[in-house]
Design a protein around this ligand. Structure first.
Ligand code: CAO
Length: 245
């Protein structure tokens, strides 16, 4: 590799030097390793969340008095657990240390979610998300996100994830290419849902479409499996009743 370009920026205009936060230095080193060492591919897809969003809005009215905010993220965590159960290799890690390369398939479903904080990105983990309902997950993610912003997350609250979701849905954008959080083998990126004309076979109808970006480790997963994972996730999000099937 060529050496990093050395430029005296002050020659071109006024500059200011700002040290990176501790979180940015640590996450930067991890992101660098993961971006360079994982042969990662991203599949983009859309999920029709028209009914789910209506259900979420209705639940929020019902639970407002109890102070519970039901979020899209909570539904996404629940739907991802169902998809991870159907496609277990997405809930695995590669055993590269053991000499004989093998997959470690995990029979637990701890879901990390990227949380933006003033000091940088952290990934708190919802443990045993398979055993929790959407309301409990919504409360837990809200508590963990607050702790993250206050810089009060313990190392235990940021470890053990088997899969990660990174949502920019509250901010905007269409698609992006998330970097896998090693030793996990896949990560789901979500952007802002928007109403689009969708062809129903006869006419265009307005539907709320959620952009999904699934990045996966090509040593473990192949494109067909990733497309199936996204399609299944899309089916669940389009009709959440399918989660009990
Ligand atoms: N589409 C459309 N609207 C969405 C949405 C989506 N996918 N997801 C959330 N929203 C809306 C919500 O409806 C809510 O609107 P109201 O305030 O009007 O109810 C608003 O956005 C905020 O949503 P929320 O309270 O559910 O929070 P969130 O799920 O968007 O975010 C958290 C929670 C912790 C994920 C967020 O605080 C965060 O840190 N996001 C950034 C993560 C990040 O940086 N990822 C990138 C990593 S790579 O660098």
């Amino acid at each position: 590799l060529l050496p990093w370009p050395k430029v005296d920026f002050a020659k071109f205009g006024p500059i200011e030097r700002r040290e990176l936060s501790r979180i940015k230095r640590i996450s930067g080193a991890n992101l660098m390793r993961n971006a360079v060492m994982i042969p990662a591919v991203t599949n983009h897809d859309d999920a029709d969340v028209t009914e789910l969003e209506a259900f979420r809005v209705q639940l929020n009215k019902e639970y407002e008095k109890q102070g519970i905010k039901v979020t899209m993220l909570a539904f996404l965590i629940k739907a991802c657990v169902a998809a991870l159960k159907k496609f277990p290799e997405f809930n695995s890690s590669l055993d590269v240390e053991g000499g004989s390369e093998a997959l470690i398939l995990k029979n637990y479903w701890h879901i990390g979610f990227a949380a933006d904080t003033p000091n940088g990105l952290v990934v708190p983990v919802v443990r045993d998300a398979d055993r929790k309902g959407v309301l409990q997950i919504a409360q837990e993610t809200a508590e963990l996100a607050k702790k993250a912003r206050d810089g009060k997350l313990s190392p235990a609250e940021m470890s053990g994830a088997t899969f990660t979701i990174t949502s920019l849905g509250g901010i905007g954008g269409r698609y992006f290419t998330p970097i896998i959080n090693a030793p996990e083998v896949a990560i789901l990126g979500v952007c802002k849902a928007r109403t689009e004309p969708v062809w129903n076979g006869q006419t265009f109808v307005p539907r709320l479409m959620l952009p999904l970006s699934l990045t996966w480790d090509h040593r473990v997963i192949d494109g067909a499996a990733a497309a199936r994972f996204n399609a299944y996730l899309g089916q669940l999000l389009a009709d959440f009743r399918r989660i009990v099937l």
